[in-house]
Write a protein that binds this ligand. Structure first.
Ligand code: ADP
Ligand code: MG
Length: 357
């Protein structure tokens, strides 16, 4: 089991990661979700051993990995840009990961020579051992690339290339897989398709995984558990359903796109003065009179504190199954039937308090 314990990192005297701790359980896929520049890739590099943390430790089953170099950590990595060898075939690219592993384990010197031959070889020129080709065939089947072995990677589509990168990472039976924005370069349909496949593969193989992305839809589609990285700390952590139902901060609610977040001033009677009028939210914490607080307005939610507001329709956009309706005050809701622009409609919101704004 991987444990990150109190890891910190600064970059040019600016704190990038501050006291970050997390674990990845057996067979679990966690998703590190954060804006671009929030330090996600840096954290992966630290876990991979490509960069040391300034403070804190990376542990596997309780043992500190600091003395273990990257190539013997048994971690697989998949990047956005695939990082395949363009001059090698699909088979050779996948086999490469296996060669690297056997090099570090046995017959170091002999295999080093073979490795050189592998890298310098083009089609067919390289020595194949039956166990290795069996494993390559196995992982190619796993990623739905059966019969692609002899193809050149440069002839493949982006989605196919990413499957090759995944097969290469899977081949040596890594004890952990790490994905750094692996679908960033693909279009939406392909992205969704690959996400579902990847989720199925991760669950079938039970390899624990860390998936890094800035895209909240991707995170919700892949993660068993989401960790929201913001300003160097894990701001919120939980299952996708938990995080969605209780984002716990204005930033998290906005970043995830949960409902509408507005700000207002706490009044003496428990109501909050906002540009939509006085609202009475459900608050977990006490707030002093006059304090600026953030409120989450969820449309049509039953239970809790409900507000019924008459609002003007400013714009209506078609959005998949529903219509996205833009109302006054920057509020956006979804409706099955589109209202008339310029009309007034009555909308029911559940009003929750997200704390200090
Ligand atoms: P993310 O993957 O979340 O986009 P990164 O981990 O790549 O974030 O980097 C976060 C920030 O740290 C970057 O915006 C960059 O300014 C800085 N940084 C960290 N390490 C380096 C480095 N080796 N070279 C340049 N910038 C770096
Ligand atoms: Mg990155």
């Amino acid at each position: 089991m991987l444990t990150i314990s109190h890891v910190s990192k600064t970059y040019e005297n600016q704190p990038l990661l501050t006291d970050v701790s997390l674990t990845v359980g057996a067979g679990e896929t966690i998703c590190l979700l954060g804006a671009s520049g929030s330090g996600k890739s840096t954290l992966l590099r630290i876990i991979a051993g490509l960069e040391p943390p300034e403070a804190g430790r990376v542990l596997w089953d309780g043992a500190d990995l600091a003395p273990i170099p990257p190539h013997v950590r048994d971690f697989g990595l998949v990047f956005q840009d695939y990082a395949l060898f363009p001059h090698l075939t699909v088979f050779e690219n996948v086999a490469f990961g296996l060669r690297m592993k056997s090099n570090t384990k046995t017959q170091k010197h002999k295999d080093m020579k073979q490795n050189k031959r592998l890298v310098s070889s083009s089609l067919g020129a390289f020595v194949v051992n039956p166990k290795l080709s069996e494993r390559v065939a196995e992982v190619l089947e796993l990623v739905n690339l059966t019969d692609f072995g002899n193809r050149r990677v440069t002839d493949l589509s982006g989605g196919e290339q990413q499957r090759v990168a995944l097969a290469r990472a899977l081949a040596p039976h890594p004890r952990l897989l790490m994905f750094d924005e692996p679908l960033g370069a693909l279009d939406r349909t392909l992205k969704e398709e690959l996400l579902h496949e990847l989720r199925a593969i991760l669950h079938r193989t039970q390899i624990p995984a860390i998936y890094v992305t800035h895209d909240q839809e991707e995170a919700f589609a892949i993660a068993d558990r989401i960790l929201l990285l913001h300003e160097g700390i894990i701001l919120r952590e939980g299952t996708p359903a938990d995080v969605w139902s209780d984002p716990q901060s204005a930033w998290a609610a906005r970043f995830l796109g949960v409902g509408n977040v507005i700000e207002g001033k706490m009044n003496g009677d428990g109501r909050v003065e906002t540009e939509l009028g006085f609202l009475r939210p459900l608050c977990k914490h006490n707030h002093v009179v006059g304090e600026r607080v953030a409120l989450l307005l969820r449309q049509g939610r039953k239970g809790g504190r409900v507000a019924r507001l008459k609002m003007s329709v400013e714009d209506v956009l078609f959005s998949r199954e529903q219509f996205e309706v833009r109302l006054g005050g920057g509020i956006v809701i979804q409706m099955v039937r589109p209202p008339k622009v310029g009309s007034k409609i009555l909308v029911t919101f559940r009003v929750e308090c997200l704390g200090h704004a």
